[in-house]
Design a protein around this ligand. Sequence first.
Ligand code: BGC
Length: 761
Amino acid sequence: MKRYYTTDEWSVIEEGFDPTFQEASESIFSLGNGHMGQRANFEENYSGESLQGTYIAGIYYPDKTRVGWWKNGYPEYFAKVLNAPNWIGIAVRAGNEDLDLHTCKVLSFRRELNMKHGYLERSFIAELKSGRQLQVNTRRFLSLAADEIGAIRYSVRSVNFEGTLELLPYLDANVVNRDANYDEKFWEILETGFKADNAFLRMRTRKSGFEVCYSMNCTAEINGTANKAKMQPVQRSGYAGFKIETGINASDEVVLYKYVAVLTSLDHKPDSLVDISIDTLMQASGRRFDGLFADHAVQWDEKWSHSNIVIKGDPEAQQGIRFNIFQLNQTYTGRDQRLNIGPKGFTGEKYGGSTYWDTEAFLIPFYLSTEPDHVSRNLLLYRYKHLDKAIENATKLGFNQGAALYPMVTMNGEECHNEWEITFEEIHRNGAIAYAIYNYVKYTGEKEYLAQYGLEVLIALSRFWRQRVNWSDVKGKYVILGVTGPNEYENNVNNNWYTNRMASWTLRYTLESLDYVMREHPMQYQQLVNKTGFRYDAETSAWNDIIKNLYLPLLEERGIFLQQDGFMDKEQRMVSELSPAERPINQHWSWDRILRSVFLKQADVLQGIFFFEDEFTTDTIRRNFDFYEPRTVHESSLSACIHSILANRIGEVEKAYELYLRTSRLDLDDYNKEVAEGLHITSMGGTWMSIVIGFGGLRIKEGMLSFTPNLPRKWKYLSFIVNFRGRVLNIGISEKETEVKLLKGDTLQVEVNGKIVNCKL
Ligand code: BGC
């Protein structure tokens, strides 16, 4: 396969400039630091195809819903992550000509995303229409050490040009979203100005009322000495910059340093935003570019020290996993319980930047194993804090007595998805939220979480399931009708095995958690009863009855769990029968044809088997895998990872490897031809799982870490780092042995291939 980006273990590199890849590269080379993110747009003007993208965590716009046929229960708005004002811009003019890579000749071009230390570099030589040649070298980063700061070093060297070079670093709030329902302007400009040597912009988001302040400070050097020439302020509405004009000769070099602070009213009082922003900026620019960068690089070293994965013998796989880990670490740092992770993170507008079940089902394990516990705990608390809204949401749909339905898509706890088959039917998301609580408690051992927060959520979820089932006289069982499972290629189905399984498991786990909290934390239990009006006898006996009598569809003769009622009535075809010209089917087939087909978008029954694998024998897992995988088109980015893990579980390591490459290089190799829209950030958690849980075989068995590794043929060595209950461990796997090394923390026993091993410092 011809790859566009050069394979390198710590970097992604683009050699040569192909404008048809520009939007894809803007996604691939994105930077972020948890507080904000930036697509790899060029600093200088670019008139070719480009998706300008600057995103600030937690800043969104409630874009009025647009639907063809309104249904009661639809939300009023779809939250949109905002393309925020441009902070990277530096216009360059040589004589009377603009530097624009779309209109000039690009004689050489190289772009590198350095994942080890989190920066983006670009170097090129451009020939303008007049024949003037400029060589440009840039580096930029979003500081991980001071997350409100971004910095750029932009150097321009004249190759053959003599005359006036003009650099114009600026801030610009005149930006739009590509994805906007009514082409509205989302930003209101409040102030544009200069204070001391700094430029600033203050703006407010319309409707949602978030205030944001940018401030900018610049310095320039000519041939290594500070430029004394005055920077002339340039200002118009929503735009503030400095013009630097200098006469240069061939081989002179001008270096511009641009520092920007990005502050929001989520973290600061609106009326002091400008002052605090300028203080923050002054502190940062005082460190100078190199000092700021050194602080930033230390933070990246620290991150990698507890999240790195090494694969020997397979550079593509190595680059793939580092890219995934790097992007996850750029997107969420766990510092704020109000923040979460959108499917595209900070790399595009699609999916509105909102939270989906992806967080609970695909991301929690990554943050649990690679970060201190508070990071995943904050993701859980995000949902805990939205419990009232989830109860309100369920009430709006006709449920009562404290039943909660969490939104399918949300920013602040309110549902903002507006397709009935998803909003009202994809209720399995409630199950993932319960499962994340279980996962957290199982991994960290922090059972008290249940008493403090977890049980309250579980009770509300169980109340929902109780009201969502109904008794079927025909089946003599409880049933759950009219749902969409994880497989969104069919809607409004009855008794989706996965949804039913999640429902009955949630009821069981709630009962177990109740038991624990009543016994160990009676005071908190009493407070919970007072708060929720919980009626132990009535509610638990109803839940027990559902657990005993909930219908779970089976295809007995084949020994498999059945996707949903009537699944076998479909024409049973295999994905291998589809021609390449029909793939992906969501771009080539009518929706009607997809709905009637047998083809699955992503793991559904298999998603349930993945969650509860302890409850099934290997034979059962194999039978289900062999049945469903050949019917799965993997057109959700969340699909290949789960299949890879299960393939490993049944000993099909090479199949697991093939699926691993697909998940880990999904964006780098642009499998689905859509990377221009942004990266698949949430599926990256799945990629991590397919290594650590899949090939590494990590499990938690009765509170003990356990590993049963299995490497694909190509890999000579695999190592990964996990955090576990205050320890940091490195697991090194070669063909001959598996070595578990304790890097930090108290002595610990772990299980390796069935044997207990003592790990000491
Ligand atoms: C998947 C969902 C997922 C969403 C956001 C869809 O394509 O089918 O399961 O939640 O993308 O990632």
